[in-house]
Write a protein that binds this ligand. Structure first.
Ligand SMILES: C[S@@+](CC[C@H](N)C(=O)[O-])C[C@H]1O[C@@H](n2cnc3c(N)ncnc32)[C@H](O)[C@@H]1O
Length: 277
């Protein structure tokens, strides 16, 4: 499948999900009772993340936060609460139906939070070419999206470009413990379900490092689904990302399961500090 076909198929899948409100993907780990106090049900019911990147203490008051693949806006709205009225949040998504839901709920969330106007803006774009100024973002979050992008290295390079020096990212995503085999790479339904596009964690971290990020590490690791043999386990680790193999999208292998890590990293502060690979 070409990159364009994958992007189009994924977007159609999420347009359908936005229209039906069907359940997809994984438990995110958010406290929905708490989120319900300020986020409308229309948004919460299309929460398709696999972690809580905006629910982490990493979001600080007054920051400019970018959410890649913002969907119905759940993480943007949680980030909006955390950055407060002096901060700003930009959500990016390629699917019109998702953007429509997010945009119509932004003023409602602002009112519920007691903000004079919404500090969240939603822009239509693919993650591989974001309409965001160079060096303008303090923190990037993303929840179960980069696995859906056919060119992950391009996404990480864009993330590096838009972050200010010293800026950071915290993302939740799906990865696999083995390379995804060809038969799954051509399965459009499983692309949409965040499985076919999953990279092995080492390849995933390697993309971030190749894009220039420092201190890339895993914060959390929650097993999700197993194909060809069922097995669940839970672990936490913080490996260093340096010295990993070059980033490449897998084309063959025997893939058995996928996991949901939360990964963090930061952009170097000075041009000289950049490591060479
Ligand atoms: C699994 S959903 C997650 C949505 C949201 N982050 C959440 O937690 O509910 C994936 C979202 O990313 C968007 N998306 C997928 N691939 C994308 C890409 N390459 N560029 C921009 N948006 C993308 C889809 O339109 C969809 O809204």
């Amino acid at each position: 499948m070409s990159n364009e076909t994958i992007t189009q198929t994924v977007s159609e899948r999420y347009a359908r999900a936005a229209a039906t409100g069907e359940q997809m993907c994984c438990p995110s780990g958010y406290n929905f009772e708490d989120l319900r106090t300020f986020i409308p049900e229309e948004v919460l019911k299309i929460s398709y993340g696999c972690g809580t990147p905006a629910g982490l203490e990493t979001v600080r008051a007054g920051e400019i936060v970018l959410d890649i693949g913002s969907g119905g806006g759940i993480d943007c709205f949680e980030a909006s609460r955390r950055v407060g009225p002096t901060g700003r949040v930009i959500g990016i998504d390629m699917t019109d139906e998702m953007l429509a839901i997010a945009r119509r709920n932004a003023p409602l969330v602002a009112a519920n939070l007691g903000h004079r106007s919404s500090n969240v803006e939603f822009r239509k774009s693919i993650a591989e070419a974001m309409p965001v100024e160079n060096g303008s973002i303090d923190l990037i979050i993303s929840n179960c999206v980069i696995n859906l992008a056919p060119d992950k290295l391009k996404v990480f390079r864009e993330m590096y470009r838009v972050l200010r020096p010293g800026g950071r990212f915290t993302i939740s995503d799906i990865v696999s413990d083995q390379r995804v085999p060809n038969y799954l790479l051509h399965d459009t339904e499983k692309w949409g379900n965040c499985l076919s596009g999953a990279l092995q964690v080492a390849d995933y971290l390697s993309c971030a490092v190749q894009a220039g990020f420092l201190g890339v590490h895993q914060l959390k690791f929650i097993p999700w689904q197993v194909i060809d043999g069922i097995h669940f386990s839970r672990r936490r680790s913080s490996p260093t990302a340096f010295g990993l193999p070059p980033c490449e999208v897998p084309s063959a292998g025997s893939w058995t399961n996928s996991d949901r890590p939360t990964i963090a990293g930061s952009r170097r502060r000075s041009a000289r500090a950049r490591p060479r690979f």
